[in-house]
Design a protein around this ligand. Structure first.
Ligand code: AMP
Length: 283
C-alpha cells in the first residue's frame, strides 16, 4: 500500500495509472476503521484494478466541536487493516491540504429538502460540510467507482444529489453497501468506541427498536408506532433526536402507510455524549 499525504502527489500517481487503463474505486472514511469500512473496501477491490481509501476527519461536517475533538483516531490499526484487506493507496491528508484556502464554504450545494429533515435538521450545516469534502476528494481521486454505506442512508442520497449537481455522475458510479452489524445487531460505527461497557449493551436498543418497527408495521396511521419506538429508546436510556418512518426513495416522512410503498425506518439518539444513528429498510 502506498501512503500519500499530498493531493498533488496522489493526483499525479493516479493520472499515470489511469493512462495505463486502470479502473479505480474510492472509499472515503474518517478512520477509526471497523469491518463496515472494510466491507466497502472489499467491494472496491473486487470491482477495480486499484482501490483508494482516504482517512480524513473533516472539521467542516461537525456541527458539534466536542464531537470533532473526541472523534476516535486509531491510525496504526487502520493502516494494518487496510493492508490486510488489499488497499492499494491510502490518502491521509492534513486539514491544510484539503482546505488550503481555509475551511469556509465557497459555494452552497443546493440539496433542497434533504437538508431540512432528519440529520439535516438536527445537524445544521452537516451535509454542506460532507459535500464540500467529498467534492474536493472526488476532484483529487477522480475514481470510476465510489463506495459508501447504507448506514448513512441520508448521506448516500445527498451524495447522489452532489454527483448530479456537479456533473460528476457522468464519470463516477456510486455503490451503496449494506450496513455491517455486530452479532447483537448493533450497527458498526467508529463512535461505538466511545461507549462504555454499560452503554454498549444498551446501544443494541437502537437496532431492536428499528426491528420492532419492521415487525409491527401495519397499513394505516403510523404515529402510534413512531411514539412507541421513541418510548422504547427513551426507556433504554437514549435521548432521542428522531425516530422516523420515511419513503425509502425520497426520505419524506410517511404518516399513513398504504401497505405498498417502500419504507425505511431511521433513528438518531444520544447515549450519554455519543450520538448514534441507524436505519432499516422495512419491506
Ligand atoms: P465514516 O468513517 O463514518 O465517515 O464512514 C465511512 C464510510 O463507511 C461511509 O460511507 C459509511 O456509510 C460507511 N460505513 C460506516 N459504518 C458502516 C457499517 N456499519 N457498515 C457499512 N458501511 C459503513
Amino acid at each position: 500500500m502506498i501512503l500519500f499525504k499530498r493531493a498533488g502527489d496522489l493526483r499525479e500517481h493516479l493520472e499515470k495509472q489511469r493512462k495505463q487503463g486502470k479502473k479505480s474505486g474510492f472509499v472515503p472514511t474518517m478512520g477509526a476503521l471497523h469491518d463496515g469500512h472494510i466491507s466497502l473496501l472489499n467491494a472496491s477491490v473486487k470491482e477495480n484494478d486499484l482501490s483508494v481509501v482516504s482517512i480524513f476527519v473533516n472539521p467542516t461536517q461537525f456541527n458539534d466541536p466536542s464531537d470533532f475533538a473526541k472523534y476516535p483516531v486509531t491510525i496504526e490499526k487502520d493502516i494494518s487493516m487496510l493492508e490486510a484487506a488489499g488497499c492499494d493507496i491510502l490518502f491521509l491528508p492534513s486539514v491544510q491540504e484539503i482546505y488550503p484556502e481555509g475551511e469556509m464554504l465557497k459555494k452552497k450545494y443546493e440539496l433542497g429538502y434533504l437538508e431540512d429533515l432528519l440529520e439535516g435538521k438536527f445537524r445544521p450545516g452537516h451535509f454542506q460540510g460532507v459535500c464540500q469534502v467529498v467534492h474536493r476528494l472526488l476532484n483529487i481521486v477522480l475514481p470510476d467507482n465510489l463506495y459508501m454505506g447504507q448506514k448513512d442512508y441520508q448521506q448516500c442520497m445527498v451524495i447522489k444529489k452532489l454527483l448530479a449537481l456537479t456533473g460528476l455522475d457522468q464519470a463516477v458510479t456510486l455503490h451503496i453497501s449494506p450496513t455491517l452489524r455486530e452479532h447483537s445487531g448493533l450497527a458498526m460505527s467508529s463512535r461505538n468506541m466511545r461507549l462504555n461497557e454499560d452503554e454498549r449493551s444498551r446501544a443494541i436498543a437502537i437496532f431492536n427498536t428499528l426491528d420492532f418497527i419492521r415487525q409491527s408495521i401495519q397499513p394505516g396511521d403510523l404515529s402510534e408506532l413512531k411514539a412507541e419506538a421513541v418510548n422504547r429508546l427513551t426507556l433504554s436510556g437514549f435521548q432521542v433526536d428522531y425516530v422516523e418512518i420515511a419513503d425509502a426513495g425520497t426520505l419524506e416522512p410517511c404518516e399513513k402507510w398504504d401497505g405498498k410503498s417502500k419504507l425505511v425506518a431511521l433513528a438518531a439518539a444520544f447515549l450519554g455524549e455519543v450520538r448514534l444513528i441507524d436505519n432499516l429498510l422495512l419491506n
